[in-house]
Design a binder for this molecule. Structure first.
Ligand code: 5GP
Length: 217
């Protein structure tokens, strides 16, 4: 038997919540996502499969499961993804079975995925809770993309145009329940943690009321 890799099971297994976090590149969503994961004890981060090349900063199995195009095709054909989408010419997908197992254990399951993927998740699981991280302004986002010094100017402009398109689409679609402005990182992290705690508390109250009603009937 494989050893238990995750924290102790919570007692209320109805407490499982699928948290979807999205936002344009450069907005700080990975930092916020990982901080939410550290702040909420029963949370687990869903490691996506991707066909993009592994960089020196990536750890296999921690940041992504790196796959060849062929391996990814087989996973799509086997219906292994809760959602998958093409982002910047590469494919990224969320492992369905793992997510479902963690939700059944009552955990907070965190997906950091793009808007296309978030829309698919919301269609498949209406009870998913979507959070979109927005920059304080377009000028600030452009400055942050340049400050990362990861890409040359033409790629930065491509990412910036894509970011504007994503923000518009996030506003238009119904995949997101909360929008958090990242003008101050610590505050944005706290806002995200509070949004999740409030939502779980709200659902607990609703479940309790539904149970009482069923008992009264
Ligand atoms: P990066 O390659 O910079 O880590 O991620 C690029 C983009 O892909 C980010 O917007 C990230 O949120 C998105 N992404 C990562 N994993 C998934 C996934 O499993 N599904 C979808 N739809 N998008 C993902």
């Amino acid at each position: 038997m494989t050893p238990e890799r995750y924290p102790r099971l919570p007692t209320d297994t109805d407490d499982g919540l699928l948290l979807v976090i999205s936002g344009p590149s450069g907005v700080g969503k990975t930092t916020i996502t990982r901080a939410v994961e550290r702040s909420i004890p029963d949370s687990v981060f869903s490691v996506s499969a991707t066909t993009r090349a592994k960089t020196d900063a990536d750890v296999e199995g921690v940041d992504y499961h790196f796959k060849t195009e062929c391996q990814f095709d087989a996973m799509v054909a086997g219906d292994e993804f809760l959602e998958w989408a093409g982002v910047f010419g590469k494919r990224y997908g969320t492992p369905r079975a793992w997510v479902q197992e963690q939700l059944q254990r009552g955990r907070l399951v965190i997906l950091e995925i793009d808007v296309e993927g978030a829309k698919q998740v919301k269609r498949a699981m209406a009870e998913a809770f979507g959070v979109f991280i927005v920059p304080p302004s377009e000028e600030e986002l452009l400055r942050r993309l340049r400050d990362r010094k990861r890409e040359d100017e033409s790629l930065i402009e491509k990412r910036f145009a894509e970011a504007r398109r994503e923000i518009e689409e996030a506003n238009r679609c119904d995949a997101y329940d909360a929008f958090i402005v990242n003008d101050d990182l610590e505050r944005a992290i706290q806002d995200a943690v509070n949004a999740v705690r409030d939502e779980r508390a709200r659902r607990r109250v609703a479940r309790g009321a539904a149970r009482r009603e069923a008992g009264d009937a």
